[in-house]
Design a protein around this ligand. Structure first.
Ligand code: FES
Length: 108
């Protein structure tokens, strides 16, 4: 089920925030083009919060060892992480950003 996580204006392009949806830690990320993404908020290398990382284009970089994850596919684009993070369904309805943490849209 989709949950309201923030308003469209709450994140500027290039910003990320941590939230919890149905008990799942989720990083809600606005890419630099303005699109919204929701990924698991745990780096698959060291289990640190990806929402504290740096957004570049449609990627986010883990702050600890620098793996970059594609926000659309969840795949790491650079080492040391080798496994994808889950990507969750995001919908924007009017001013509301909704995330469904029960719907994973990428291959794990
Ligand atoms: S903890 Fe994220 S790359 Fe190592």
């Amino acid at each position: 089920m989709s949950e309201h996580v923030c308003a469209v204006g709450d994140l500027a392009p290039g910003e990320a925030m941590r939230t919890e949806v149905d008990g799942v830690a989720v990083a809600v990320v606005r890419d630099e083009a303005g699109g919204y993404h929701a990924i698991g908020d745990a780096c698959t290398h060291g289990n640190v919060s990806l929402s504290d990382g740096e957004v570049e284009g449609a990627t986010i970089e883990c702050w600890l060892h620098g793996s970059t994850f594609d926000l659309r596919t969840g795949r790491p684009l650079s080492l040391p992480a080798t496994k994808p993070v889950p990507v969750y369904l995001v919908t924007v309805e009017g001013e509301a950003v909704l995330v469904d943490a029960t719907t994973v849209t990428n291959d794990q």
